[in-house]
Design a protein around this ligand. Structure first.
Ligand SMILES: Nc1ncnc2c1ncn2[C@@H]1O[C@H](COP(=O)(O)OP(=O)(O)OP(=O)(O)O)[C@@H](O)[C@H]1O
Length: 516
């Protein structure tokens, strides 16, 4: 029960309990961890998952004669309050995200509290050991007691790409046990989840197709229709949530991504966990590990960051033996995704939604008229930034990327492409690319974490260079107030000052809003 182990089991099959039980059992059957010392440290890629693991741990230990305290450490919460509880409490167990934990471990008195650590667990280990997180994990390992002190390492995930074998040795000692319930050539997703793809000609058709798809899928579960719709970026998700809140007033809609405050994220997570129905529009902050009971459908709009991330997103449905369905909605250019991932059992959607999609066009256009221009402008910038990383796979150059983004803007009902601050264009390496509506976006105090938000006055730099852009959008709404770093993946408050590439799963990174 105390050997180092690499464990793979499909999504929703109970890995959390599978790592908590042996770790707790070891604590109970060996010498007590001194008061105030951390006995079990669990690292997860997102704040929501750290909180969920802590709650599951509390449920497990609630029956014990001697209560174990499980503390959490993750960004977006008051560092002082949490640290005070941690230093004065008895955090036998700690569930943390790497950013905040590294921040803690930079202080000697806090490092002292880990010197008797018995077990280190990496949940979603493949993403924790990928380049996005690896720097932070290495930093943490340097500050924890050395492996020679004998602490147990456990790495858990539903996906274990070969490449992580080379890095698990940082956490698992040679001769570790490799436990898997997934056969080598077995599809990594839950067999009984039918997985479909819908390919639309252009991004212009995405919104009408998504509405038609939701309407078609709702027929499978008219009373308890509970679905998660994944977008590719935080601002893209904010746009979808704003649009579908108007389009589907009969459904409760939820929005969850890294540009919301942590309080809002936690409240929304709890509400959707408890909900019997509703539509959750989310980024990958809940793409892995998150357990929302009775989700019957997962829709992915646009490209997942990897085949593994696709698997984890699908794993938000069909949990604990329940049924589920999954559909991915791609443009023709993005459809290579299913071809390069033949291990995924994705089939064409069984019915044509083209007709119903064409009938939804007027409703979508009318709904977009109610979506704030700032929300559209931010989604447009994020679309450019995200898809720029896939230009090669999409077989387009930057001019082709701008053309796609301008089709996206057209679909949102923008009279012309939203203004993009010239510095953002520079950072994206797209200076002088035809079709961009480059301007100067005056910054205005609009602290990150408040989705949407008013904006400053945008002015065009050089009318000749513009595709007839203009500074303010229809209805007086202003262009975006702040400059977003696109695709840079800077973390939020977890990462104090350092710059970190966006973790592979696009998890707690998100665009960082840069104030000028
Ligand atoms: N033995 C069990 N009997 C019934 N339900 C269980 C059992 N073990 C776990 N569960 C429930 O199954 C659900 C999924 O468990 P868990 O979230 O640990 O899955 P997971 O394997 O970690 O999934 P993921 O790969 O998405 O992280 C949870 O609601 C959990 O409470």
């Amino acid at each position: 029960m105390h050997s180092d182990c690499l464990v793979q089991a499909k999504t929703g099959t109970g890995k959390t309990i599978a790592f908590l039980l042996p770790a707790l059992q070891y604590l109970l059957t060996t010498q007590d961890v001194p008061h105030g010392q951390v006995g079990i440290l669990i690292l997860s890629p997102t704040r929501e998952l750290a909180l969920q693991i802590a709650k599951e741990c509390d449920q497990l230990t609630a029956q014990l004669p001697k209560r174990f305290e499980c503390h959490t450490a993750f960004g977006g919460t008051s560092r002082a309050t949490n640290l005070n509880k941690f230093m004065h409490g008895n955090p036998t167990i700690l569930a943390a995200t790497p950013g905040r934990l590294n921040d803690y471990l930079s202080e000697e008195p806090i490092r002292e509290k880990f010197k008797d650590m018995r077990t280190l667990i990496l949940d979603e280990a493949d993403t924790m050991l990928e380049q996005g997180f690896l720097i932070a994990i290495n930093e943490i390992l340097k500050r924890l007691p050395p492996k020679s002190m004998g602490w147990q390492g456990m790495c858990f995930s539903a996906t274990m790409p070969e490449k992580i074998r080379g890095v698990v040795s940082k956490v698992l000692k040679a001769g570790y046990s490799h436990i898997t319930t997934v056969e080598a050539n077995e599809t990594p997703t839950i067999e009984k989840v039918p997985q479909y793809s819908i390919v639309v000609t252009s991004v212009k058709d995405t919104f009408t197709a998504l509405l038609a798809l939701i309407q078609a899928e709702q027929k499978h579960d008219p009373t308890g229709f509970k679905a998660i719709i994944f977008g590719t970026t935080a601002n893209g998700v904010a746009l979808l949530a704003a649009l579908f809140t108007t389009l589907l007033p009969g459904h409760k809609t939820y929005e969850l991504h890294s540009r919301l405050s942590q309080n809002a994220r936690t409240r929304t997570t709890d509400a959707f966990k408890a909900a019997s129905s509703g539509l959750m529009f989310a980024s990958d902050v809940i793409g892995r590990g998150m357990d929302f009971p009775n989700v019957g459908l997962v829709i992915q709009v646009g490209l997942p960051s990897s085949g593994e991330q696709y698997v984890h997103r699908v794993g938000r449905t069909a949990r604990a033996g329940n049924d589920g369905r999954a559909v991915i909605l791609l443009t023709q250019a993005e459809s290579y995704f299913t071809k390069v991932n033949p291990q995924l059992p994705i089939r064409p959607y069984p019915i044509s939604i083209a007709v119903s999609a064409s009938t939804t066009a007027p409703a979508v256009a009318a709904a977009f008229a109610n979506v704030d221009e700032t929300v559209k402008a931010k989604a447009y910038q994020a679309y450019l930034g995200f898809n720029k990383t896939f230009c090669r796979n999409l077989r387009i150059d930057t001019a082709g990327l701008v053309q796609m983004a301008n089709e996206f803007a057209d679909a949102m009902g923008c009279p012309e492409p939203p203004v993009i601050d010239k510095r953002v264009v520079g950072k994206m390496g797209m200076k002088g690319v035809r079709g961009l509506n480059v301007g100067t976006v005056a910054s205005q105090a609009n602290p990150p974490g408040r989705g949407g938000g008013g904006g400053g006055e945008a002015r065009r730099a050089n009318p000749r260079q513009q595709a007839n852009g203009h500074g303010t959008a229809k209805g007086g709404a202003k262009a975006p107030a702040t400059k977003e770093q696109i695709g840079s993946g800077n973390t939020t408050s977890n990462n104090r000052g350092g710059r970190r590439k966006r973790p592979a799963g696009g998890l707690d990174g998100g665009e960082r809003v840069v104030k000028r």
